[in-house]
Design a protein around this ligand. Sequence first.
Ligand SMILES: [Zn+2]
Length: 136
Amino acid sequence: MSAISPEDRALRCSAYDCPNNWSVSREGYRPLCQYHAWEPQHEWPRITEQLLREIAFKSGKVTTPAKHLSPAEKMEILNRLRTVLSASSRENMDHKAWAKRLQARHEAGQTLSQNQIRCYRAALRMTDAHDEGAAF
Ligand SMILES: [Zn+2]
């Protein structure tokens, strides 16, 4: 960061490198900005980075805005990611899983559209050389 005068420094949030002036003064804490004041200290560097990125974004230096997430939003994103990753790691083992699911449904007597039947048969033939006689 560029050098700032002692007067300006006195107004600054106490978190290292934070570009904001302080706005929250709590017993037992140095004065902090609204972004740092309510977060645990180990999160401060990440918050500062987001604030600096936001400034860079507003000045047109970067193209992705920083986003402040609440703990609930973070948990939701992590849970969604976990679901997607566990589903995709299962699916990644077999890229034809969808076709096999359709085939299993068909063989179990479920009614599929001609298009579904054609697609799963085409997909399974491509890798498995799996060809049943057409039973339409
Ligand atoms: Zn701050």
